[in-house]
Design a protein around this ligand. Structure first.
Ligand SMILES: [Mg+2]
Length: 294
């Protein structure tokens, strides 16, 4: 789809004043020439808190205008895809809700392939996760007699909820975690994430859950499926080496690290997980895309 890209490299090189920019663009255009769709992480890539990041809105608009398919993939399961679509719209990005894969949605989709209708499920998580799991009636709400326990982050966690999940898991229920992020970035600082609740349940049950969110590859397989392409034809753009880039590599996708979020150049030098490409921000991707289409 982006195959016209490599042909323009030499012509563009002559115009570039900075050799460094030229090199980055050349690598990036080569990468773009090999892909048919893009998966974006959101936090630290498209926005930080309530601030859109440089180039994000323009890139989303540009991809839409050119008919280049993309999806958003986030471990965060505290909001529904509709709520994320509203947030993105406020920040100037028009993205349909069905193009936003949260770890709750990916967990539901994965479970639908594993368990028959009527399976009794206990959800230890927030309203968005409960809605994702129960909304279409395939799974039946249950307590300690559940056959499957699903846990995500839960800002209203109680001892009672941990007790029900523990009793169900100890009785033999399968255990799925939306993600294993131990902390969660908030305005107040890092607060306990889904992985902190996983740790509590591990202590109480001596069991280990199946994890759906990044760095496990399940969400990226789902993203490629939504894009109608093979994972190797997809570019994963994320701000974390230990989740986004690792998940991308495990899924067999191409990966780009954007330096507007968590991982830094220092992290990159120390890490065994290496992306195919590193960019300062999404403006670089936007420029490469423009030059591709000329
Ligand atoms: Mg992120």
């Amino acid at each position: 789809m982006l195959g016209g890209c490599t042909k323009v490299v030499k012509r563009e090189e002559a115009r570039n004043s900075s050799a460094m920019t030229s090199l980055v663009n050349e690598q990036l255009r080569d990468l773009l020439a090999r892909i048919r769709g893009i998966a974006f992480d959101m936090d630290g890539v498209l926005y930080r808190g309530d601030q859109p990041l440089p180039g994000a809105a323009e890139l989303v608009a540009s991809l839409s205008a050119r008919g280049i398919p993309f999806v958003m993939v986030t471990n965060n399961a505290t909001k529904t895809p509709e709520e994320y679509a509203e947030k993105l719209a406020r920040l100037g990005m028009e993205v349909p809700a069905d193009r936003i894969v949260t770890s709750a949605i990916a967990t539901r989709d994965w479970m639908r392939q594993q368990y028959p209708a009527g399976t009794r499920v206990y959800v230890l998580g927030m309203a968005a996760l409960e809605r994702a799991i129960y909304a279409d009636g395939w799974f039946v709400p249950a307590g300690r007699e559940a056959e499957v326990v699903v846990n995500g982050a839960d800002f209203t966690l109680t001892y009672e909820k941990l007790k029900i999940a523990t009793l169900a898991i100890r009785r033999g229920a399968e255990w799925i975690a939306t993600n294993a992020d131990r902390t969660f970035p908030s305005e107040e600082g890092l607060i306990p994430g889904a992985g902190a609740i996983v740790a509590a349940l591990q202590a109480a049950t001596d069991r280990t859950p199946i994890v759906i969110g990044k760095p496990e590859p399940a969400m990226l397989f789902r993203a490629a499926e939504l894009l109608g392409i093979e994972p190797r034809e997809m570019l994963m753009i994320g701000d974390r080496l230990d989740t986004d880039v690792l998940a991308g590599r495990r899924a067999g996708a191409l990966t780009a690290l954007v330096l507007t979020g968590v991982s830094t150049r220092d992290d990159l030098e120390r890490s065994s997980v290496q992306p195919d490409m590193v960019v300062a921000d999404l403006r670089v991707v936007l420029e490469a895309l423009w030059s591709c289409a000329q």
